[in-house]
Design a protein around this ligand. Structure first.
Ligand code: AHM
Ligand code: MG
Length: 339
């Protein structure tokens, strides 16, 4: 059996024994986990907590916000703004960055999140989650009047110092990396704490399972059509094996399955909105997931290049995503980049 230690102890050991994380980052991760516990509680209450349904507002992406999108966003902000570990936050649900108010102490970290991923699944009681990414503010000028701006967030994913997600499913599971592999914690509801349940996660290099929204098939580009068509031909086709398909429509749940048993996840560019590079957002969806996947031995590209090397130019920019088992991601990427 795995050693059953709490998230707190895991992080304290990372701080003291490995010297991998400074105390402020440890505090930040504990606070994010605490916020996830509160979100998990709200999710679990469902209709009894009056958290279901639309908030009748739109976010910067023009998407209708659900009540739980807004609640989760507020929980993350309230939990994180006063601890002195952060300079600012950015979220899928906020147009601009949220600078830590002057009345609170400031830190050097930047926190980005999708507070409630898989919003279309909230009301139908299917797994949803929170995704987060942590960066360090690069230009630290304490004399500056407004010491943090959106430009400070525009760092490539390879600069992340921590990343994770929490799935609110049959279990509430927090998955985390600080750059030395991936650890998984399960929420013990009686104790109210996250307990380490797996460490050093490894995604198999090969898979027979793909995740894509097939209803968009007619809108895809040729390399994606080719890849999926070859999978669908099964044993009789060029791949010589049958493939299975899964699509939860919550990135957290699809990525969590891949973390657990392998697979490939794709949300490619498509012709519905040709001017957008994809549906998913680079800074708080693709980057943290890409780093977690790489840390577990998988790969993540936008079809052509490594996601973590993309230099962002906008906070809410979108990206095509292909991630998961290494050999499948390599194949899709090869189909986009013929020699
Ligand atoms: P959200 O952050 O607004 O919930 O949107 C992102 C979600 C992903 O979790 C999921 O992979 C995708 O959108 C599902 O899209 P679709 O409904 O087109 O299948
Ligand atoms: Mg999302």
């Amino acid at each position: 059996m795995h050693r059953r230690i709490s998230l707190t102890r895991y992080l304290v050991e990372k701080q003291h024994n490995d010297g991998r994380i400074p105390p402020e980052l440890r505090l930040l991760l504990e606070v994010v986990a605490r916020a996830c516990k509160r979100i998990s509680l709200a999710v679990t209450k469902g209709a009894l907590g009056e958290v279901l349904g639309s908030a009748e507002s739109e976010n910067v992406q023009g998407e209708v916000q659900k009540k739980l999108d807004i609640i989760a966003n507020e929980v993350l902000i309230e939990a994180n703004e006063w601890g002195g570990h952060l300079a600012a936050m950015a979220s899928e649900e906020m147009d601009d960055i949220y600078v830590v108010p002057h009345r609170f102490p400031k830190g050097e970290y930047l926190l980005l999140f999708d507070p409630l991923d898989g919003s279309s699944n909230i009301d139908v009681n299917v797994s949803i989650g929170t995704i987060f990414s942590v960066l360090r503010k690069q230009n630290d000028d304490p004399q500056a009047v407004d010491p943090v701006s959106a430009a400070d967030f525009l760092q490539a994913g390879n600069q992340q110092v921590a990343a994770g997600y929490c799935v609110y499913g049959p279990q509430t599971t927090l998955v985390l990396t600080v750059g030395d592999g991936v650890a998984m914690f399960t929420l013990d509801r009686e104790q109210g704490s996250f307990v380490l349940t797996a460490e050093g996660l490894k995604i198999p290099e090969d898979t027979k399972e793909f995740a894509i929204n097939m209803s968009n098939l007619r809108h895809w580009d040729a390399p994606v059509k080719r890849y999926i068509d070859e999978c669908l031909q099964g044993k009789e086709g060029p791949r010589g094996k049958d493939f299975n398909m899964r699509w939860v429509a919550s990135m957290v749940a699809d990525v969590h399955r891949i973390m657990t048993r392998g697979g490939v996840f794709m949300y490619p560019w498509d012709k519905r909105e040709p001017n957008k590079p994809g549906k998913l957002r680079l800074m708080y969806e693709a980057n943290p997931m890409a780093w977690l996947i790489e840390q577990a031995g998988g790969c993540a590209t936008d079809g052509r290049q490594r996601i973590l090397d993309i230099q962002p130019t906008q906070l809410h920019q979108r990206v095509s995503v292909v991630l998961g088992s290494k050999n499948e991601v390599d194949r899709v990427t090869r189909y986009h980049n013929p020699l």
